[in-house]
Write a protein that binds this ligand. Structure first.
Ligand code: UT7
Length: 331
């Protein structure tokens, strides 16, 4: 009998720009304090990509190059590239097309996927099907966002939250480990609580939209907070129970939007804080990049077979969890 094929993460890389924006810097820009930001969000600093004409692809390219080097993979061997982002370099072509060109990936098809902060979990679910069916052997999945390009640095309710970063994984077939299951959900009526008002086809850019600061993230924080806690916890607990994953074995990999959300979700799952991956203090919310960036930083702690539950909530509303088993030991 043919063994079932899973899509396994066989390598992970990330990149963030060197420039740091601290809470002390923000205190000089808006009416806020380090104490408020740390106590309400857990964030101490975030990375910002500076310089003219640098888009999200500039964050992703170093991560992808490192991924190829680390695995000794030629760009020509890659047969599919997906980039999930809410800050594409431009409306079209896809940022994945631009990244592929910049790293020399020429035998692949590449495209972008958008599901706001849930982009990375949605993308893994989609990409895994191409591996499972045998139609792709090596897929690069990238989560990258230059959130500083859509953050209003005069709005104290949103500007402390976001930062810039990219993370990338290589997916390959494996008969033992890999992506086991996903629970993905959407509620489009949530679109009024977290979005960018202008710049799309419904309300194209004009002097008026620029003057009204409509090309930035708009968020009703409290509404999003409550939904994030309950929905992320629901899908994470459901996944843990469905697969009977013991609380002392599982790694929770939460989207990093707010430390209080992460703590509440972990508590509902009954997890020891040691089983929860957290790096929000250093990078803030990097939207589609939070999950690969935090796994990248915990890579050395992971062992072959470790169960991971990735969990996210974001604009849309979109949310979901992915259950995977880790495929390799640290070098
Ligand atoms: O990744 C996508 C999903 N996004 C999320 O999951 C984010 C979810 N939301 C949140 O994380 C939180 O709602 C925030 C961090 C955005 C805000 O925290 P909060 O505890 O919900 O604060 P709040 O909006 O209820 O505001 C409390 C107070 C208000 O003052 P008053 O009305 O009580 O006088 C705000 O004006 O805090 C004030 N405030 C600030 N004060 C100092 C808001 N922002 C700031 C600030 N510094 N930066």
């Amino acid at each position: 009998m043919m063994k079932k094929v899973y899509a396994a993460i066989t390598a992970i890389e990330a990149w963030y720009p060197p420039d740091i924006l601290t809470n002390a810097d923000l205190e000089k820009m808006v009416d806020t304090t380090d104490k408020w930001i740390v106590s309400r969000t857990g964030i101490k600093e975030r990375r910002i990509l500076r310089g003219p004409d640098k888009g999200t692809s500039e964050l992703a390219v170093p991560a992808v190059k490192k991924l190829l080097e680390k695995t000794g993979t030629s760009p020509k061997e890659i047969d599919m590239v997906i980039c999930t982002t809410v800050t594409p370099d431009m409306f079209f072509p896809s940022t994945a097309n631009i990244i592929s060109d910049k790293v020399g990936i020429t035998n692949a098809f590449s495209f972008d996927m958008a599901a706001a902060c849930s982009g990375f979990v949605y993308m893994l679910a989609v990409a895994s099907k191409f591996i499972e069916t045998g139609s792709a052997k090596k897929i690069i999945c990238i989560g990258a966002d230059k959130m500083s390009s859509i953050t209003d640095y005069t709005d104290r309710s949103t500007c402390p939250l976001f930062g810039d970063a990219a993370g990338a994984v290589l997916l390959e077939p494996c008969t033992e480990f890999g992506i086991m299951d996903h629970i993905l959900r959407t509620d489009g009526s949530g679109r009024h609580h977290l979005y960018m008002k202008a710049g799309g086809s419904q309300r194209p850019a004009s002097h008026e939209t620029v003057d009204a600061h409509e090309h930035f993230i708009f968020q009703e924080g409290q509404t999003v907070f409550k939904m994030a806690v309950s929905k992320m916890a629901d899908v994470s607990v459901e996944m843990m129970e469905k697969h009977q994953i013991p609380a002392d074995k599982v790694w929770l990999v939460p989207h990093q939007a707010n430390l209080r959300i992460i703590t509440a979700v972990a508590k509902r799952m009954g997890l020891d804080p040691k089983r929860v991956m957290i790096n929000i203090q250093k990078y803030g919310n990097t939207t589609t990049a939070t999950i690969p960036l935090v796994i990248y930083e915990y890579e050395k702690k992971l062992r072959k077979g470790d169960p991971l539950i990735l969990s996210s909530f974001g604009g849309g509303f979109t949310w979901g969890s992915v259950y995977l088993t880790w495929a390799y030991d640290p070098e």
